[in-house]
Design a protein around this ligand. Structure first.
Ligand SMILES: [Ca+2]
Ligand SMILES: [Ca+2]
Ligand SMILES: [Ca+2]
Ligand SMILES: [Ca+2]
Length: 188
């Protein structure tokens, strides 16, 4: 069981992927996908399309390929220990090391990161959480990894305060699949 990672890759349709309690690598590819990582430190990529991503428990990494249209994705249950990984550095116009997000508090709280300048362009919306800024945590394997807390300035052994954020999962039972053709994947 140690170190085993189970991969889940979907096709072109609108897929509903559910991970296991272990670390999963999950790729939605094209289509408007819904991906649940469940327990474990999952790696989740919605790919193109407007995806709903939920890492669940564990220190999850959401991967975005900026060379494609990533769409208007939503991330649910984002935690301090979760990460975003991009294959290029996010724009930081004022150069203060903080990537400012837009916070909306009119209908519940959400925070939005715009990935381009187009009016209805690519974006990531963090649901039910107020995140004012993202911070570059590290560069690893050509990826730029961001989190919601600034990295510690000293060489402290632990950078992560994730333990303090065991928030209960918020389940929206009314996920409207509309006319989606759904496939479900369960891994034992
Ligand atoms: Ca997708
Ligand atoms: Ca998992
Ligand atoms: Ca998580
Ligand atoms: Ca997407």
């Amino acid at each position: 069981m140690n170190g085993s990672i189970e991969n889940v890759v979907s096709g072109d349709g609108n897929d509903y992927l559910i991970g296991s309690s272990r670390a999963n690598k999950m790729y939605g590819m094209r289509g408007n996908d819904r991906i649940l990582g469940m327990d474990g430190d999952d790696i989740i990529s919605g790919g193109q399309g407007n995806d709903i991503l939920d890492g669940g428990a564990g220190a999850d990494t959401f991967v975005f390929n900026m060379a494609e249209d990533t769409g208007r994705d939503s991330i649910r249950n984002f935690e301090a220990r979760d990460r975003l990984a991009f294959n290029q550095k996010l724009a930081d116009p004022d150069g203060d090391g903080k990537i400012e997000l837009q916070v909306f508090e009119n209908y519940g709280v959400s925070s939005m990161l715009r990935l381009d300048d187009r009016l209805n362009g690519d974006r990531i919306t963090f649901e039910n959480i107020k995140i004012k800024a993202l911070y570059l945590i590290e560069e690893k394997d050509g990826m730029f990894v961001y989190g919601m807390n600034a990295p510690a300035k000293t060489a402290a052994p632990t950078l992560d305060s994730g333990f303090a954020h065991a928030e209960p999962a918020v389940w929206t039972t009314g996920f409207d699949a509309g006319s989606l053709h759904q496939t479900s994947l369960f891994i034992a």
